[in-house]
Write a protein that binds this ligand. Structure first.
Ligand code: ADP
Ligand code: K
Ligand code: ZN
Length: 432
């Protein structure tokens, strides 16, 4: 089933032609109307007239997450306040968040993209879809919510948390599909087991669209074989609008809608484009975005590209399951966390020092993050109440700045490792 077969099955040459036209329009528009892009293109000695084919896109400069942070909150926006209808906020690399904005048309394209994605997973009228992504500043909840309504599914907007209640509702409302992080779905399965409910046998849940964090083929197998749910892979970042691209019934790569986005995979060291099938850093240009345009955005995820027409008939390119990141971003329960954010937050607390370690592990299905931080010698005390008070404060500050709960352990001054050269502050035990 396809939401918009005319577009989704568009002949490859025609799709390339459309991409080229949109790229050209975008580049001219931004060269003329965006100070940021005008300057960036000038610095790289490229003029819109230099783009004479899709291949010439290589000549255009990259855009980075740091550009969004440096232009906080909205200096790169190309829509006026009158035209903006929504903001979402995501994590930056240094504790400063990045803000993305949407015009009505941007929301429409995002929703359309999800309508195609969900239809491709067989979700539509008659389905009851539980949206167990967080609703709020993150894009997952609201994005999937409107996408599911668009295809005519009945939405149960549970958001994340209160898992037992989610399982009761799943049964009572005969939920057939769910959107969540893969680890949260496995957690739901474990809680259900404890309640004596088998997701496979005692619920109607058959389809899941899972994303916001890397997940392995083994995890997919577990969800499909043990929980009896077809596990689709959905991908996107807030800079693109949010989750928007998904695999289809073939479950063999994520379709990136070519009329909406132009995809490249590059060598992260040299910036050179890599041949199809080779693994590298994902770079995306969103061809139709009004409020926050993105040309050659360095997404940071590692994947490879495949432009072969899919067995489902869709002609749009696919990317392979994402294999982690080129930078040090951690994803904790779907939430992006940079170690530099932790550092930034700790610097604001007088009782602790800048020496810290982050230990990430998985308790059951869920990520647990522990921050060990040294106390400052002046604040060091042997009174348990004092220590507990400081620890509570540190966890509170971290929770507020990272948007995710973390465990905190206070260490004695001088007790944590010191590093020569690049500090290795993260121990990630999740893949063991
Ligand atoms: P979201 O709100 O959808 O999590 P963010 O912009 O906060 O969007 O996070 C985007 C990042 O999340 C991606 O760059 C990627 O690292 C990770 N991510 C999202 N979906 C997937 C997926 N299906 N597989 C692996 N990683 C993913
Ligand atoms: K994420
Ligand atoms: Zn397909």
């Amino acid at each position: 089933m396809k939401w918009d077969p005319r577009i989704e099955e568009m002949p490859v040459e025609q799709l390339a032609e459309l991409q080229y036209k949109r790229m050209k329009t975008l580049v001219y528009r931004l060269y003329s109307f965006s100070d940021f892009y005008h300057k960036r293109m000038k610095e790289h000695n490229v003029h819109p007239d230099d783009i004479r084919s899709l291949d010439d896109v290589k000549k255009l400069p990259f855009m980075y997450k740091s550009d969004l942070r440096d232009n906080y909150p909205d200096k790169i926006f190309t829509a006026s306040q009158d035209e903006l209808v929504r903001y979402h906020v995501s994590s930056g690399t240094t504790g400063k968040p990045t803000v993305v904005g949407y015009t009505q048309n941007d929301l429409e394209i995002w929703t359309t993209s999800l309508a195609r994605a969900l239809t491709g997973c067989g979700i539509g009228r008659g389905d009851v879809m539980q949206v167990s992504y967080g609703y709020g500043l993150f894009t997952g909840g609201l994005g999937l919510h409107y996408g599911a309504e668009r295809v005519g599914a009945t939405v149960v907007p549970t958001s994340v948390g209160n898992t037992e209640r989610q399982i009761e509702l799943m049964q009572d409302l005969r939920v057939t599909a769910i959107a969540s992080t893969p680890s949260y779905l496995v957690h739901i399965g474990e809680v259900a087991d404890k309640m004596g409910v088998s997701i496979d046998k005692d619920t109607d849940l058959r389809t899941a669209v899972l994303g916001a964090e890397p997940w392995s083929v083994q995890m997919k197998k577990y969800i499909q074989d043990k929980m009896g749910i077809t596990a689709h892979n959905i991908f996107g970042t807030s800079e693109m609008s949010g989750p928007m691209f998904c695999d289809c019934a073939e479950q063999n790569g994520i379709h990136i809608w070519g009329d909406i986005a132009y995809t490249e995979v590059i060598d992260p060291e040299t910036g050179e484009n890599l041949p199809e099938g080779e693994k590298g850093e994902l770079v995306m240009t969103i061809l139709q975005k009004e409020a926050l345009p993105m040309i050659r955005y360095r997404v940071g995820d590692i994947t490879s590209m495949n432009t072969e027409v899919c067995a489902c008939g869709r002609t749009h390119p696919r990317i392979d399951r994402l294999q982690g990141r080129v930078d040090d971003m951690l994803i904790i329960r779907g939430i992006n966390v940079f170690p530099s954010q932790v550092e930034h937050a700790l610097l604001g607390i007088p009782e602790v020092s800048g020496h810290f370690m982050i230990i990430v592990d998985r308790k059951g299905a869920l990520d647990e993050m522990l921050v060990q931080v040294e106390m400052n010698p002046e604040a060091f005390s042997d009174k348990v109440e004092d220590i507990n008070e400081i620890r509570r404060n540190v966890s509170h500050v971290l929770r507020n700045s990272l948007n995710v709960s973390v465990g905190v352990e206070l260490a004695a001054p001088g007790s944590l490792p010191r590093f020569e050269g690049k500090a290795k502050r993260v121990i990630d035990r999740r893949m063991n």
